[in-house]
Design a protein around this ligand. Structure first.
Ligand code: ADP
Ligand code: MG
Length: 601
């Protein structure tokens, strides 16, 4: 039997380093957090060879006293907490007192610091090298603040070093960490250099515009152009930040930044709440993009869950989940066509409680793929012959468009229908093209949801009850889920082993193809399985039904019908996307059209 012995300090540190120091980027994270905890507002990050050769962070923070310099490198040495009560009310990013010890045990580390209240002129430098934990202390020139240099990471732990990726990959991870931290502190200036080249220089941002600029620099301009600013408060929680419009979704969950009291975290509960909020509007399998800040009392959240502090535990997780969900759900529901056209001077959308950025005036749901050249074929052109009343309405509409002061609704007035699929409309600024099926589908869906919630979904008996041949499983399902189906306005009755009778349908859907509708709903119900799950999938069932109840392609609409649809869209929540997250309308300003025709150039 091998006997038990106590590990040496340095081996213990190296083991701890396994958790905290995974790669160069994790060193950068720890160093930046230390600088921010020291109150710095100017950070310079210098990287060489992906951080494998050198990582340097210089700050203008409070610095470290000469007497504390060596101590700072020991394990369990921290200035941030001293007793258990502090642990329950953490305000700093660090508190475990192990980062410097861990990093210095697997690298060649030097730290120069000059404390704010040190009256001596020079600073002090402490140096350690991996195994040899005995630190040396020397005077060194330095302004107020601290510089930490980490060289030859993992030089003494070859097994670890093997896991490092290429210089480029390691640097891109560092870049990502710097971006994340830069978004957590708008008031701090960040400079990032790689191999002597400046990669980012982010100046301190104070105004809303400057903050938005930083978000644009970090997340890309497209994100800023396609997002709304949200700000909500309640039950001791505050949420603010930018969330992407559903039509700006991504194939990967890579543009998602979430901060809790300034600390970036990845949390299942948060991801789930956000996903739920987008569920109704996001195309299947797509991911939303967001930069969100949650603020709450430090005592309401436990940050001591994981060594890298990537996770937190909320004391009242239900409350946080519901707050996130309802805030975002509301913000997304409130995006109406009007928001895209009427930001005021401050970029504030009127009355809706969130700001729309300036650029959204030129907002385009997606790159317009209107190929105008193709539409000139005379033989496929179907002329539209409106009735007398429609002509009257059209004349009145054009008068309004021509007048200077008249109120023109955001989506304007219909001009014509294109290929039985699109409605063309004009507003004061340009051309609107609406996918009429997608738009109608959303309107029907929202109406059914509201009606269902208020238990006002009207049913209409079929004049001739419809008998449908189905499989035995489907027939059984119709029988056993009778109540759930009634809840969404469908009255089905089992007629035989393999046949059912449809007696009533929601009156909104009276024009739908009832047989297809019932088949699709039954197949959904079977897919959702157990009955309590079916109930929770009520919205999906309604969405399936709405799809059948909506105007199909190739149905001729009259101009008044088209205008009514446009007005409904303006009044309907989430009307910018169909139930599957596809856009329902696109917009092209006259200016953009002029460009297409090279006018005025
Ligand atoms: P922790 O951050 O958890 O306290 P660290 O090992 O990261 O532990 O740092 C140990 C201590 O060293 C900190 O508590 C702090 O007092 C001091 N320190 C580290 N970096 C800096 C810095 N850049 N400026 C001022 N003090 C620092
Ligand atoms: Mg620290």
């Amino acid at each position: 039997m091998t006997r038990i012995n106590l590990l040496s300090q340095r081996l213990a540190n190296q083991i701890a380093a396994g958790e905290v120091v995974e790669r160069p980027a994790s060193v950068v994270k720890e160093l930046l957090e230390n600088s921010l905890d020291a109150g710095a507002n100017r950070l310079e990050i210098d990287i060489e060879q992906g951080g494998i050769k050198l990582l340097k962070v210089k700050d203008n923070g409070a610095g470290i006293h000469k007497q504390d310099l060596k101590l700072a490198l020991s394990r369990h040495a921290t200035s941030k907490i001293s007793d258990l009560e502090d642990l329950e009310n953490i305000q700093s990013l660090g508190f475990r007192g192990e980062a410097l010890a861990s990093i210095s045990s697997v690298s060649r580390l030097s730290m120069i610091s000059k404390a704010a209240d040190d009256d001596q002129n020079s600073g002090w430098k402490v140096e350690v090298e991996g195994q040899d934990m005995e630190a040396t202390l020397l005077p060194a020139a330095h302004g107020q603040g601290t510089t930490v240099e980490v060289r030859d990471l993992f030089f003494n732990t070859p097994a670890r070093k093997k896991f490092l990726k290429t210089e480029k990959t390691e640097f891109s991870r560092i870049d990502e960490i710097v971006k994340r931290i830069a978004l957590s502190r708008f008031d701090v200036q960040f400079t990032l250099q790689h191999n002597q080249r400046v990669i980012h220089k982010l100046l301190a941002a104070t105004t809303d515009q400057e903050k938005q600029r930083r978000v644009g620099l970090v997340c890309g301009p497209a994100f800023v152009e396609n997002s709304v600013f949200v700000e909500m408060e309640g039950s001791g929680l505050r949420l603010w930040g930018w969330v992407s419009l559903p039509t700006f979704s991504r194939s990967q969950a890579d543009l998602q930044y979430f901060y809790v009291n300034g600390r970036i975290i990845r949390d299942k509960l948060v991801t789930h709440a956000v996903k739920q909020a987008y569920r109704d509007v996001l195309f299947h399998g797509r991911h939303p993009a967001y930069v969100l800040y949650l603020e709450l009392l430090p005592s309401a959240v436990d940050v001591n869950v994981h060594p890298t502090k990537h996770e937190v535990r909320f004391r009242d997780s239900r409350l946080v989940h519901d707050f996130l969900f309802s805030s975002l759900h509301k913000a997304l529901a409130d995006v109406t066509p009007a928001d895209h056209f009427v930001p005021d001077a401050n970029g504030q959308a009127q009355g809706s409680g969130f700001a729309i950025n300036d650029t959204s005036v030129n907002y385009l749901h997606q790159q317009s793929n209107l190929s105008l050249a193709d539409s000139g074929q005379a033989n496929s052109y179907q002329s539209f012959r409106p009735g007398a009343a429609a002509v009257q309405q059209q004349i009145a509409a054009f008068e309004k468009l021509a007048g200077d002061n008249a109120e023109v609704p955001p989506l304007g007035y219909a001009i014509a229908q294109l290929h039985g699929i699109y409605i063309l409309a004009q507003n004061k600024e340009g051309l609107i093209v609406v996918d009429m099926h997608a738009a109608h589908e959303r309107i029907t869906y929202e109406r059914m949801k509201t009606a269902c919630e208020n238990e006002e979904l009207k049913m209409q008996p079929l004049l001739v009850p419809l008998s449908i041949a189905v499989s035995q499983t489907e027939a059984e399902c119709a029988e056993s889920q009778k109540q759930v189906l009634m809840g969404i306005g469908l009255e089905l009755e089992r007629a035989a082993e393999e046949s059912i009778i449809v007696r009533q349908v929601p009156s909104i859907l009276r024009n739908a193809n009832v047989e297809q509708l019932v088949r699709d709903v039954l197949s959904d119900v079977l897919e959702y399985g157990s009955s309590d799950r079916i109930q929770s999938h009520q919205n999906e069932l309604l969405s399936t039904m709405a799809c059948h109840g909506s105007v199909r392609a190739n149905r001729q609409l009259t101009i008044p019908e088209m205008n009514a649809l446009l007005r409904d869209m303006e009044a309907t929540e989430r009307s910018g996307q169909c139930n599957h997250g596809r856009p329902t309308w696109v917009y092209q300003s006259l200016e953009e059209l002029d460009k297409l025709f090279l006018r005025g150039q």
